[in-house]
Design a protein around this ligand. Structure first.
Ligand code: 4AD
Ligand code: MG
Length: 502
């Protein structure tokens, strides 16, 4: 649709023309007779130059009255300026106030995370949040693009369900007209039914887990993408997971350069993750790696690296503090900003230095049969630059629906994809059990009510075939691709333990 105004993102195509912009004030500065307004319109940021001599009195007053996040309209000429972001700025001919904002709570100074989370509805306007949500959008489109291109049918699995999928400890229960019901933990079982109707399907929907722990990877509401393919085995399943992730990384690195720059994402490290095939390790091989000397040496090197970095940063901070006394105003501001950066990094380093010895100890003590914890996954992935796939886990740590390894009955034909750079599990899946009696037995062994699964057993009664699938966690994927330390910044309004508002 043609719009009666121009978007900031389109300005490079309009150099020399007069345009109308609608937006909000991100930041402003000025000197005598000149004001520089940073206008934010959702598509990008541009500097608007207001020259008192060139605009009427009303426009000059309007520009001067704008407070942070006030809405305003500008008519002006687009000029090429290499020093500016996007290579353009706008010379205002007129400025009109649309809505003056009250004093805005989120200022350019540093705020604590809880303060920002309480104002998530406003925090979304900040640059890093803006960039992360745009990457999320690109990832979503890449996922649909991949599956649609491969002939999958998208399906919506029910959110209200009568059965558990992933164990009973994380169920959100509700009263469904006097019958117990649950918010779905996974669309997989319904996806399996749909795969028997369409061959290849994928769900893309919200899933819920009453996770009672606060970690940087757990949400109580998250979006999961679950492909399910009839006549696929574990190896083919791993091929799909790998292709999907490579397609995501390629799309984001191709189309989200400005966003990745705002997020200060190491793009080379990210791009390396599009290199397939990903290493595939059996669980047993992964345990061997975790408990190896190579792991201990790697963690020793990490500890040394952190100590060196801490030393260098502390020195820089001392020098800056000494320079602060004699510095001019602008320079003082730069030093203050750098001090904040240094302190943030020093906190991270301190945390790393607390973690590493614990990781070393727990890695060395890891015993075959246990499930990997977050730190174990971090350590395993530190050995590689791409995601890795770990397969054939002990059946005891996996869900009831997993097929057993015909070569070793202790193992399930499950697989997890672990993202590099410490992000850990982003995909879990595997080949499904096809045998009715075995499945019945598993439902019982997992303490699940058989009656709730009778419909699912029908899939084994009527033309049971080998099939496989997996679930990709969207928020964990966004965290990894954006290089964000915590999943709370990966969804517009994340739901976590203790966080239901806004
Ligand atoms: O490994 P999970 O539990 O697997 C399943 O739910 C299977 N039914 C999927 C399937 O085979 N169709 O979850 C899959 C992925 C995890 O790898 C993780 O990325 C994400 O879902 N996930 C979470 N993300 C955020 N917060 C949580 N609490 C999550 N729990 C799982
Ligand atoms: Mg899992």
């Amino acid at each position: 649709m043609t719009e009666p105004f121009t978007r900031v993102a389109a300005l490079p195509d309009h150099v020399g023309e007069t345009v109308t912009l609608n937006g909000w004030l991100y930041n402003a500065r000025g000197s005598k007779g000149l004001r520089f307004l940073e206008l934010r319109d959702g598509s990008g940021l541009v500097q608007v130059v207001v020259n008192q001599e060139a605009v009427g009195e009303a426009s000059w007053e309007a520009a001067a009255s704008l407070t942070q996040e006030s809405a305003f309209r500008v008519v002006g000429e687009v000029r090429a300026d290499e020093r500016q972001e996007g290579g353009v700025e706008v010379q205002a001919a007129s400025v009109e106030v649309l809505a003056l904002a009250e004093p805005y709570p989120i200022t350019p100074k540093e705020h604590g995370v809880e303060f920002l989370m309480d104002r998530r509805h406003l925090w979304l306007r900040s640059r890093r949040q803006w960039a992360a949500m745009r990457v999320r959008n690109r990832i979503i489109m890449a996922i649909h693009g991949y599956f649609q291109g491969e002939g999958y049918v998208q399906m919506d699995a029910p959110v209200l369900t009568g059965n558990a999928v992933e164990g009973t400890s994380t169920l959100f229960e509700l009263d469904y007209f006097d019958e117990p019901a649950y918010l779905t933990q996974s669309g997989q079982l319904h996806g399996e039914a749909m795969a028997m109707a369409h061959g290849k399907i994928y769900t893309f929907g919200p899933t819920f887990r009453a996770e009672k722990s606060k970690t940087r990877r757990h949400l109580t509401e998250f979006w999961m993408i679950e492909p399910e393919m009839a006549f696929y085995d574990l190896d083919m399943n791993m091929d799909v997971a790998e292709e999907l992730l490579a397609a995501i990384v390629e799309a984001v690195t191709a189309d989200c350069q400005p966003e990745l720059a705002i997020l200060e994402r190491d793009v080379d490290a990210l791009r390396a993750s599009a290199q397939t095939p990903f290493p595939r390790l059996s669980y047993t091989e992964a345990v061997d790696l975790l408990t190896s000397d190579a792991t201990q040496l790697m963690l020793d090197a990490e500890q040394e690296g952190l100590e060196d970095e801490r030393h260098a940063l502390e020195q820089e901070r001392d020098q800056n503090r000494q320079a602060h006394g004699q510095a001019k105003k602008g320079e003082k501001r730069r030093i203050d900003a750098r001090e904040i950066e240094i302190n943030v990094r020093l906190d991270e380093i301190a945390e790393g230095l607390r973690n590493v010895p614990q990781w070393k100890a727990s890695a060395a003590a890891f015993e075959w049969g246990a499930d990997f914890g977050g730190s174990d996954e971090t350590i395993l992935t530190r050995h590689y630059t791409t995601p890795i796939i770990v397969h054939r886990y002990p059946a005891a740590v996996k869900a009831f629906y997993m097929k057993r390894d015909p070569e070793d009955d202790r193992l399930a034909l499950g697989m997890d994809v672990l993202a590099p750079e410490g992000y850990g599990e982003i995909i879990g899946g595997g080949e499904r059990a096809t045998d009715l009696d075995f499945l019945r037995q598993q439902v019982e062994a997992h303490g699940l009510p058989e009656s709730a699964f009778d419909w699912y057993f029908d899939l084994r009664r009527y033309g049971s075939v080998p099939h496989a699938g997996f679930g990709l966690g969207l928020e964990r994927t966004v965290a990894w691709v954006c290089g964000l330390p915590h999943v709370r910044e990966t969804a517009p309004f994340p739901r976590l333990l203790g966080r239901l508002h806004p």
